[in-house]
Design a protein around this ligand. Structure first.
Ligand code: UDP
Ligand code: MG
Length: 320
């Protein structure tokens, strides 16, 4: 019998959670009706990422009402990436899906995803948005730039518009869990582990309830994670710019010697000198900054801190 585990990261989602459960329940029922011989087993793993509202209470109610619903609750907000990791670790099914709770990842796609994996050729079915309607323009624009940039400098393919929503078989889930790095960027990790992935496209759906948890600042930090996590190209920048500047300064020396010999040496040119000093020290600081970014990530990795800390879970029993 196949078992599908669904990992659902939730942070302050008391409004969206009941709507999600209703919709997911409908999908699970329809999938069970369609599979003739063997019944499908499901497991919904809700991960409470340190919510401050009634999210955990609702998860507990769902757990009481429906034994397929499990929950994990973090001691504080560790971020969506940590929540995905915790959920994947806890999942017992031979197929595991990752899904947002706000219905922006339509549960209705799950039956198709499952049937594709059942055929056995693909190891994972991933999804991407074909449109970004309903999203602020500036956010779409910056996202496009980011994907273009990161794909140019990274060997790992990070698909533009890709969502974290996907269904994977056990082999792929185990491979993802092997990557227990502290600085996590799932879109890169899913690409890095390889396997055969089929992409499904769907139109952007607006949030069912509540508000997005991603500010521009958060997205910016997350994009740095993607760059430093999956490319070391920026580190070569210092070397490349260094070589360019050496060549340029050599040319300038020749020009200045020739000019002095031909026209004499009137004292002039301090504004250009000041500009050059500013520019060169700017480039040096930029390069040091890039090295610093990588160093700080390495620093955090070497500490081997846990990716998440549980405060409570459905296996733990009662706590309030
Ligand atoms: N989320 C989370 N921890 C966070 C931020 C978000 O668990 O620190 C969850 C959130 O509850 C939702 C999913 O991640 O289920 C996607 O978040 P959101 O819908 O706000 O992102 P968007 O769809 O706007 O990119
Ligand atoms: Mg969303």
């Amino acid at each position: 019998m196949d078992k599908i585990s669904v990992v659902i990261p939730c942070w302050n989602e008391e409004e969206a959670l009941p709507i999600y459960y209703k919709e997911m329940n409908r999908v699970m029922e329809s999938m069970n009706q369609k599979t003739e011989k063997v019944a499908l087993d499901f497991e919904l793993i809700f991960v409470d990422d340190g919510s401050l509202d009634g999210t955990l209470r609702i998860m507990k109610e769902l757990n009481q009402k429906d034994t397929r619903c499990r929950y994990l609750s973090f001691s504080r907000n560790f971020g969506k990436e940590a929540a995905i990791y915790a959920g994947l670790k806890a999942a017992e099914g031979n197929y595991v899906a990752v899904m947002d709770v706000d219905l922006q990842d339509p549960p209705a796609l799950l039956p198709d995803m499952y049937h594709i994996l059942r055929e056995g050729y693909y190891d994972s079915v991933a999804t991407k948005r074909s449109t970004r309607t309903g999203e602020p323009r500036i956010r779409s624009f910056l996202s496009e730039r980011f994907y273009r940039f990161v794909n140019r400098i990274s060997k790992t393919e990070i698909v533009n518009g890709a969502r974290d929503y996907r269904l994977m078989n056990r082999k792929m889930v185990d491979a993802v869990l092997e990557m227990s790095e502290y600085n996590r960027f799932s879109k890169g990790i899913f690409g890095w582990v390889g396997f055969r992935t089929k992409w499904l496209e769907f139109e952007n759906v607006e949030r069912s309830a509540g508000e997005t948890k991603w500010s521009l600042k958060k997205l910016f930090c997350y994009s740095l994670e993607g760059i430093t996590g999956f490319s070391v190209a920026p580190l070569s920048l210092a070397a490349i710019v260094g070589v360019l500047f050496c060549g340029l300064s050599f040319l300038l020396i020749v020009v200045i010697i020739v000019r002095t010999l031909v026209w004499g040496d009137p004292v002039s040119g301090w504004p250009s000198l000041a500009c050059i000093i500013f520019m060169v020290s700017g480039v040096q600081l930029l390069c040091t900054g890039i090295v610093g970014q990588y160093l700080s990530k390495t620093y955090l990795e070497t500490k081997h801190r846990p990716i998440f800390i549980l405060r409570d879970s459905s296996e733990d029993g009662e706590r309030n």
